[in-house]
Design a protein around this ligand. Structure first.
Ligand code: NAD
Length: 361
């Protein structure tokens, strides 16, 4: 069913405030989760509410944290997110990177021990809005979900990668994806009866391909990706698997956050971000002019199918946002029920819950 944005965002905000987040943090968590839904990435949207609350309960993520500066110069910083919510730590880290790059022309920010940073394109968009090019290598310490090319055993996290390029006079180009065939959240959406997974996105322990979410979750409830027998496959065969490895090495090892394994580790995002002021590289608008001319050339490629079109990375998310702001965000009954149960569990007021359409019984 389609759920209107405002009451659902309000419900999520009140849920986190009732669970012990300060109002500003509750607002941020709700805002960024909803923005992921609006972008079309339901895997990183409000469906995460029960899991975020469970993480908070278990002490995996901590409410109301400010990041700590471990080491810094004019153009670099190592930051510790202290396992705070990524929706609070992410903007603090990105804003520091933007401020340093505005002064020094480039900045490299290594963020360790952040709570889930959600949709990484959010952070590329934030930098692009400030006129900066940015590149983000991200991993998830302690999260073994993905089999490397040629293997069946889980060795990698879904290790996302994102690049943002601001464009004069139009929306930025935002490339943002998990380096696995699908993000884990997309397996979760499919497990809740949402969009089915692509064929060959998962792999069974015997090496056979699967699109059944239970390959990842097994028969346990609530869905826990650590419990299933199989793995998600790395995207793009050997090349995607190699990029995922680099996300582990840069986002995990270089930041000091830790890689996906071996062994059990506290789940946390590490993010190595590079911020660049384009004018420092190609002055007098040369970069903007070349990018505009090239982008026009790129999208002018003849469509491969009669009703097809060539899009820029970031275009699908913008289109989704326009549509969903008008129509609401899709949620399966099961996913909505889990969010409402979570809200009731922390004592959210009945009126806030009643403002959200009820799932089918
Ligand atoms: P995806 O497979 O939907 O790919 C998204 C990218 O492809 C976007 O840049 C999009 O603009 C582009 N794209 C999509 N269709 C296109 C088309 N027709 N033409 C041109 N470009 C197109 O994304 P995903 O791998 O499922 O990742 C989903 C989200 O999960 C991302 O936002 C990612 O950051 C997030 N994620 C986060 C974590 C974390 O630990 N925080 C881990 C994994 C994934």
């Amino acid at each position: 069913m389609l759920i209107p944005v405002e009451p659902l965002q309000d419900l999520v905000k009140e849920t986190f405030i009732a669970a012990g987040c300060r109002p500003g943090e509750g607002r941020r968590i709700a805002k960024y989760l909803m923005r992921a839904n609006l972008a079309g990435h339901d895997s990183h949207g409000v469906i995460r509410v029960p899991r975020y609350l469970a993480w908070k309960e278990q002490g995996m993520v901590v409410a109301n944290q400010k990041l700590a500066i471990v080491n810094e110069s004019d153009s670099f910083a190592v930051l510790d997110g202290r396992h705070g919510f990524g929706q609070s730590i992410g903007p603090q880290a990105v804003d520091l990177g933007i401020a340093k790059a505005k002064k020094a022309k480039v900045a490299i920010i290594a963020l360790r021990h952040s709570g889930h940073l959600g949709r990484i394109g959010e952070w590329s968009e934030r930098a692009a809005a400030a006129g900066l090019v940015s590149i983000h290598f991200v991993n998830v310490a302690g999260s073994q979900l993905v089999a490397p090319f040629g293997g069946v055993d889980r060795r990698l996290s879904t290790a996302p990668f994102s690049v943002g390029v601001p464009l004069a006079g139009r929306a930025p180009v935002i490339l943002d994806f998990a380096t696995s065939v699908v993000a884990e959240g997309k397996v979760l959406v499919a497990a809740f009866g949402g969009k089915p997974l692509p064929e060959r996105s998962l792999i069974e322990p015997n090496g056979s391909m699967s699109q059944n979410p239970l390959t990842l979750y097994g028969d346990h409830r609530p869905f826990d990706p650590r419990k299933g027998p199989g793995a998600i496959r790395a995207m793009g065969e050997h090349k995607g698997s190699g990029l995922a490895l680099m996300c582990e090495l840069l986002g995990g090892a270089l930041t000091g956050s830790g890689c996906a394994g071996p062994g059990a580790r506290r789940i946390a995002n590490g993010m190595l971000s590079i911020y660049m002021e384009p004018e420092a590289f190609a002055a007098d608008g040369a970069f903007a002019a070349e990018v505009k001319s090239y982008i026009d050339f790129f999208v002018s490629s003849r469509p491969a199918s009669p009703n097809g079109e060539v899009l820029l990375p970031g275009d699908p998310e913008r289109r989704n946002k326009e549509q969903r702001l008008k129509e609401g965000v899709p949620l399966s009954d099961d996913a909505l029920r889990a969010i409402l149960d979570a809200a009731r569990g922390v004592g959210v007021a009945a009126a806030v819950i009643a403002a959200v359409p009820a799932p089918a019984v």
